[in-house]
Design a protein around this ligand. Structure first.
Ligand SMILES: CC(C)(COP(=O)(O)OP(=O)(O)OC[C@H]1O[C@@H](n2cnc3c(N)ncnc32)[C@H](O)[C@@H]1OP(=O)(O)O)[C@@H](O)C(=O)NCCC(=O)NCCS
Length: 250
């Protein structure tokens, strides 16, 4: 059974996690009232400071510093560690995970950003992936669909009336990305070779899609996070409760 709660304006007092709970934190990157230099100095690791210094544009640098600091702040609620003490490991495709050598709680997370928005999905003992996209006009959408989407997904996309094509594109895109990210493989996962088995003609109200390859331990859900964005969450199993809220200090 899945339960999706309503978006809250701030984090709840009780931030206990278990494997049946998924917490999503939503943050604004560029409108935030945070002191960027303070975050940079006080929260980021040496390695992250170096990564920030390699970013040429001030906007990218700000995005990385705010997004990584807020990741550390949110995770520290679930770990016996301050934001600057959180340690990460990376898999061979670059997915960050919490280092189990320092943090035995088996907290799992994934994050995504697009334009001004960052989303952090956090749970325990199960893999998780999240993707958010600002809804925009996509150039050469048909080409992208034929390159990345399965045959059935392509048929679903092309069957939509023009005014719904953009929505269909980003619904498919975010779900595929969320699943690739939950698997930790990013572009290492051949996106054409798995299919979301959409339920035509209307997937708007379908929140649980089984994988065509019978990989039914995965759930894929679109989350209503903001009217200008589409977001999807992929996680193992189908028995969980999602709660989400805005970051208090952004
Ligand atoms: C990193 C990647 C996984 C997602 O990139 P993106 O959509 O541009 O960016 P998002 O904002 O959603 O996610 C970035 C975050 O995901 C995390 N991440 C990095 N590599 C990851 C991986 N292999 N798996 C899961 N998460 C990853 C990081 O925390 C990163 O944020 P950071 O750089 O600030 O630390 C990208 O390299 C990728 O492979 N995307 C899939 C591309 C694709 O083929 N899509 C087709 C969809 S139909």
């Amino acid at each position: 059974m899945k339960k999706i709660n309503k978006l809250r304006d701030s984090s709840p007092a009780n931030l206990e996690l278990s494997e049946n709970l998924v917490h999503i934190w939503k943050a604004r990157i560029y409108d935030s009232v945070l002191d960027i230099e303070k975050l940079h100095m006080e929260i980021l690791s040496q390695e992250e400071k170096q990564r920030a210094s390699r970013l040429r544009s001030a906007k990218d640098r700000m995005r990385f510093i705010v997004s990584r600091s807020l990741l550390r702040k949110s995770l520290s609620h679930y770990l016996d560690a301050s934001p600057s003490e959180v340690r990460f490991t990376y898999n061979k495709y670059g997915k960050p995970n919490i280092d189990p050598e320092y943090h035995p709680e088996n907290i799992r997370f994934n994050l995504s950003h697009s334009e001004d928005l960052a989303l952090y999905a956090i749970t325990q003992n199960r893999e998780i992936g999240i993707d958010v996209e600002y809804i925009r006009k996509v150039n050469k959408a048909d080409k992208i669909v034929s390159r990345f989407f399965s045959k059935e997904e392509g048929e679903f996309y092309h069957s939509q009336p023009n005014k719904k094509k953009n929505w269909a594109f980003f619904t498919l895109w975010t779900r595929k990305e969320a699943y690739s990210k939950a698997r930790g493989m990013g572009i290492g996962l051949p996106t054409k070779e798995f299919d979301l088995q959409l339920v035509p003609p209307d997937i708007e109200h379908t929140d649980h899609i089984q994988m065509k390859n019978k990989d039914s331990k995965w759930s894929l859900i679109n989350i209503e996070i903001d009217s200008d964005y589409l977001a999807a969450l992929a996680t193992e199993g189908n028995d969980f409760e999602i709660s989400y809220w805005k970051f208090d200090d952004t």
